[in-house]
Design a protein around this ligand. Structure first.
Ligand SMILES: *Cc1c(COP(=O)(O)O)cnc(C)c1O
Length: 422
């Protein structure tokens, strides 16, 4: 029986209209979805789909969390004490474990410096929310991780992009960065090692960033989710280890290093040697963490075991796979017409420059992406979603045989579209 024969009314014969979403909801836009979903395209049905675009290392099943992590979860789920509400900023044991993980001989972190969050994304959200009001501005890297933009737009915070220099291993253009600062600038987000660039900053470069922030009395939000994920000839430095005076909120988590993004465990490490956050930002972060009552209790209960028992060989193995893939992609694509890969120094991604003038009929990175998907069933990401044109991003977590097949198809594709040399 149809009860909706005529429009539902409120009794005074006024029809219902769709309920409006709030401004905040309407302002919450993921640039990747905005650009990629608009290009309604289908892969080539004759070819098996290979994704080089999905930033989830578990996608193909070749990379999995450490066995110790699975053991830790199994143990903690059986404890009667793992199922209740815990403090919104995390249990003491879990915070102790994170503090210990990142303490160094000359720098000890305390559990009160740690706030556990639902992934690094949540850590970034509450740091941004805690430092800036609507109308303030925050400096973001370009190209950069698109969540920063989504968060700032959702909160009505003005975004100012500082440029990264492709020819200098994606280091920050420091002059440009400093020129953007004004009296409404509240913080700078620094992502090292970086997504999408795979850049790892040197100690000197990090010190130069700190100097700028010191001159302008600006705190830093360091997105260090790829901490320690650097290839053998590189060294990772926590920004906070180098900073005497600039207070730093370091955001991190398990997602990438422990290959478990779905577990939603992240953290903020508060580095505040001169108590500049102590009575202001620190309690602010604690209050903001209470909005969602923190990450789940079972994973928190397992965290001390996972962080202490996972052997170094696990991380070495993951890094080896990433580096081997990076070298494979680099060596295969360096000779592809119109492509110029840049060898990453860490993280899980490679940016490849594409030169439209080398092709007959590919005008830009978006068209490269569309045609590659249509013709070869390979998805990559046009780097314009990260704010830079004419690059594409590929992920390095793909199994070897998929990487080989993908390179083969990309080469064919580039040759087919290349201008013939006369
Ligand atoms: C993946 C990623 C994150 C998000 O991590 P979650 O813990 O899954 O929320 C944050 N920053 C960067 C740069 C990332 O690549």
């Amino acid at each position: 029986m149809n009860t909706m024969e005529k429009p539902m009314t409120n009794g005074i014969e006024k029809a219902w209209l769709p309920i409006q979403a709030s401004r905040s909801a309407r302002n919450t836009i993921n640039p990747i979805r905005r650009i990629v979903d608009r290009m309604k395209i289908n892969p080539n049905p004759a070819k098996e789909m290979i994704s080089l675009s999905i930033g989830d290392p578990t996608h193909y099943g070749n990379m999995l969390p450490p066995l110790e992590a699975l053991e830790g979860i199994l143990q903690s789920v059986q404890l009667p004490t793992s199922h209740g509400y815990v403090p919104s900023f995390g249990t003491l044991d879990a915070r102790k474990a994170v503090a210990q993980l990142w303490s160094r001989s000359n720098y000890t972190l305390k559990p009160e410096n740690i706030i556990l969050t639902s992934g690094c994304s949540h850590a970034l959200e509450i740091c941004i929310k805690c430092l800036a009001d609507p109308g303030d501005n925050i400096l973001l890297p370009r190209p950069g991780f698109s969540l920063y933009i989504t968060l700032c737009e959702s909160l009505d915070i003005e975004i100012r992009f500082y440029d990264l220099i492709p020819e200098e291993n994606w280091q920050i253009n420091l002059t440009h960065l400093e020129s953007l600062i004004d009296d409404r600038t509240r913080t700078i987000i620094i992502n090292n090692p970086s997504n999408p660039c795979g850049a790892v900053y040197s100690e000197e470069h990090l010190r130069n960033i700190i100097h700028i922030c010191e001159r302008h009395h600006l705190p830093i939000i360091a997105d260090e989710i790829y901490a320690d994920m650097v290839f053998s000839n590189q060294q990772f430095h926590f920004l906070a280890m180098l900073s005497e005076n600039v207070p730093i909120l370091s955001c991190g988590g398990m997602a990438k290093r422990f290959i478990c993004p779905g577990w939603r465990i992240g953290w903020i490490v508060i580095h505040d040697r001169h108590n500049l956050f102590k009575d202001t930002v620190q309690p602010g972060l604690l209050d903001l963490s209470s909005l969602i009552l923190g990450p789940n209790s079972v994973t928190q209960a397992a965290l001390p075991y996972i962080l202490s028992e996972t052997p170094d060989s696990y991380f070495m193995d993951i890094l080896n796979q990433l580096r081997t893939n990076a070298e494979y992609f680099y060596n295969s694509l360096v000779n592809a017409p119109g492509l110029q890969p840049t060898m990453p120094q860490g993280a899980m991604y490679m940016l490849i420059r594409m030169n439209p003038s080398d092709y007959n009929d590919i005008e830009n990175d978006k068209e490269f992406f569309t045609k590659l998907l249509c013709e070869e069933s390979i998805s990559c990401l046009p780097a314009s979603v990260f704010g830079i044109d004419n690059f594409i991003r590929i992920v390095l977590t793909t199994p070897t045989e998929k990487a080989e097949e993908a390179c083969h198809r990309i080469l064919e594709f580039c040759r087919r579209h290349a201008k013939s040399i006369t």
